[in-house]
Design a protein around this ligand. Structure first.
Ligand code: SAM
Length: 251
């Protein structure tokens, strides 16, 4: 089966993406830990530190899966609130095209403090079912490469941000040194599909994930797309030698 984005129709691709994560949802968190040797947790923590959550703010986490970023956003906003004696509570919307991922997130639960402060919404990043200027912060973590109409999705994420709101996008990108790229290629082309076959019982899905990472534009090209979508002050930071990068911009 070829999952090439160029040879599948738009609807078909959306279906494939949904199917990949449907099949993976239950094993998703475990696979993430194995594939990235736990490093994805450090990256996500860095994303939320940079997001700098404040009391009373609203986050929209697009392609939010099982809700890692949203939980962490609320914890950090609550710490800021406690430090300043500010009673306002932050809230989060986790939006994902795949209901199974959201269900896995709901099942995993939230702390008592966070109860009722996370909304789980099924929807497509290309057409967010959310009002204009409704969030202080929008995040998307390892989700944008799965979106068919990337520019449309970037414009949508800008639309739902309040003026001056911040956008943070974590995505797998290009290693910055040749030596590191070779090691990374060996890991992703050989080890990840094997892990997918044995742990998630689904080699094809994980093969697809590796291929989708290879097709994603390099850091500079993606930064230019953010500017084209209307974000200001766009910049990026490489993580782990460029295996991933955090792109940021302001509405
Ligand atoms: N953000 C989560 C994280 O960092 O753990 C989940 C990342 S997971 C690799 C990618 C997610 O993107 C999946 O949950 C998938 O269902 C979702 N997704 C793919 N295409 C999407 C789209 N067009 N709109 C919304 N979500 C999408």
């Amino acid at each position: 089966v070829s999952f090439g984005f160029t040879d599948v129709a738009r609807e078909e691709k959306a279906g494939l993406v949904r199917g990949v994560f449907d099949r993976s949802a239950r094993r998703y968190d475990l696979m993430n830990d194995l594939m990235s040797v736990g490093v994805h947790r450090v990256w996500k923590d860095m994303v939320i530190t940079r997001a700098n959550p404040q009391p009373g703010e609203r986050l929209i986490d697009v392609a939010g899966g099982t809700g890692d970023l949203a939980r962490s956003f609320l914890v950090k906003a609550d710490r800021a609130a406690a430090r300043r004696g500010d009673p306002r509570r932050a809230e989060a919307i986790v939006l994902d095209i795949n209901e199974q991922m959201l269900r896995a997130g709901v099942k995993r639960g939230v702390s008592d403090r966070q109860s009722g402060r996370i909304q789980w919404v099924t929807g497509n990043a290309e057409c967010l079912p959310l009002p204009d200027r409704s969030a202080h912060c929008v995040t998307i973590s390892t989700g944008i490469r799965n979106v068919t109409e990337r520019l449309t999705a970037l414009r949508e994420m800008r639309r739902v941000l309040k003026p001056g709101g911040r956008f943070l996008c974590l995505e797998f990108t290009r290693p910055t040194s040749r030596a590191w790229e070779k090691i990374y290629d060996a890991w992703s082309f050989n080890v990840i599909p094997e892990l997918g076959a044995h742990i998630a019982k689904d080699r094809e899905s994980y093969q697809y994930l590796v291929e989708s990472i290879r097709r994603f534009p390099d850091q500079e090209t993606f930064a230019a797309e953010l500017r084209e979508a209307g974000f200001n002050r766009v910049s990026y930071t490489n993580f782990s030698g460029g295996i991933a990068a955090l792109h940021t911009g302001w509405a």
